[in-house]
Design a protein around this ligand. Structure first.
Ligand code: UFG
Length: 329
């Protein structure tokens, strides 16, 4: 069984579906704090368990033959992490300590886990390479960097092989429109922009138009969730083939400004989407663009849905079919 930790969340639920479609046996562990039971494919075995509850978590390992782990469980709001750092270290770092304890005890030797572009902080050069300096500017980014370091030492001592995937801006939804992004507190640009044509907000606020970029708004590298999960499956195969631990960036290599994303959303939805300029959001780097050359070289991974119009179209397909997310499903 492949155990998917955080399989009821936005990204995790897409992984569960794609793994099952590829013929894998899948177990899901999620405490449903931010995830949704309705997002979990019914073909998977579901455990409503918190990683910090070691006894309950251990029962999943004693009841199943866990072959590999894909770990998505984490708190992931950059702004919240600055005001609530302990929550982030407890959930993300202490949670990962329990994952490692059980991997060691039950002899599970492979894990693929979510890291983030936030480990780099304000980049000194773009595109960002994996060996660029890591200087996180938030406890969220710090917690992910700490996880990477813990796994490195656990590999040396216990032969636990890992692939850490540093995501850039994940967006879009499964082409079926059955699962997608549904956060209790939404902070991400694309779902917030789409709330305007959904009638849930009057306008979108642009956080700063005085950045040193082509139109003054921040530039990000958007990656379709389907491409992102494809990289996880390739990473798992890479470890199954016996390769050693690695860290990869996952992005499309292209940057789009906030204004460009809003324009794409106007085109896709046919709605005028009024936008207003506000002050910069604290901690936002002006430009984040990945070099994913390493993932292409070692994993043979190349994003297929890397034009932003497809990303916004697939997000819109999900949101317009499910304006209230998973509520009532
Ligand atoms: N933005 C707006 N208005 C909004 C929301 C966002 O202008 O209402 C802007 C932000 O200022 C930023 C861009 O849109 O310039 C993208 O913002 P998101 O919140 O969608 O994404 P971030 O780039 O801030 O965050 C992403 C990931 C995090 C990760 C971070 C690394 O979602 O998990 O990159 O910096 F930590």
């Amino acid at each position: 069984m492949i155990l998917v930790l955080g399989g009821a969340g936005y990204i995790g639920s897409h992984a569960v579906k794609m793994l099952l479609d590829a013929g894998e046996t899948v177990g899901v562990v999620d405490n449903l704090e931010t995830g949704h039971l309705a997002a979990v494919d019914t073909r998977a075995k579901f455990y409503n368990v918190d990683l910090r509850d070691l006894n309950a978590f251990e029962s999943v390992f004693s009841e199943n033959e866990v072959e590999s782990i894909i770990h998505f469980s984490a708190n992931s709001l950059v702004g919240e992490s600055v005001s609530l750092p302990i929550k982030y270290f407890e959930n993300n770092v202490a949670g990962a300590v329990n994952v490692l304890k059980l991997m060691e005890k039950y002899g599970v030797k492979r894990i693929v886990f979510s890291s983030t572009a936030a480990v780099y902080g304000e980049p000194k050069q773009v595109p960002i390479l994996e060996d660029s300096e890591t200087l996180p500017t938030s406890p969220y980014g710090e917690s992910k960097l700490m996880m990477e370091k813990m796994f490195k030492w656990a590999d040396l001592a216990h032969g636990i092989r890992f692939v850490s995937l540093r995501y850039f801006n994940v967006a879009g939804a499964d082409q079926s429109g059955d699962i997608g992004e549904a956060h209790g507190v939404e902070t991400h640009l694309i779902p917030l922009v789409l709330q305007v044509p959904l009638g849930k907000r009057k306008e979108i606020t642009i956080f700063g138009d005085d950045y040193p970029t082509k139109d003054g708004t921040c530039i990000r590298d958007y990656i379709h969730v389907t491409d992102l999960i494809d990289a996880h499956m390739r990473a798992l195969d890479y470890l199954r083939q016996g390769h050693g631990s690695e860290i990869f960036n996952l992005g499309s290599g292209d940057g789009f400004s906030v204004k460009e994303i809003i324009d794409v959303a106007r085109k896709v939805t046919g709605h005028e989407i009024p936008a207003v300029i506000a002050a910069r959001r604290a901690g936002d780097p002006s430009t984040l663009i990945a070099s994913s050359e390493k993932a292409e070289r070692l994993l043979g991974w190349k994003p297929k849905y890397n034009d932003v119009e497809t990303i916004v179209k697939d997000a819109w397909n999900w949101h317009s079919k499910h304006p209230n997310g998973f509520v009532g499903l």
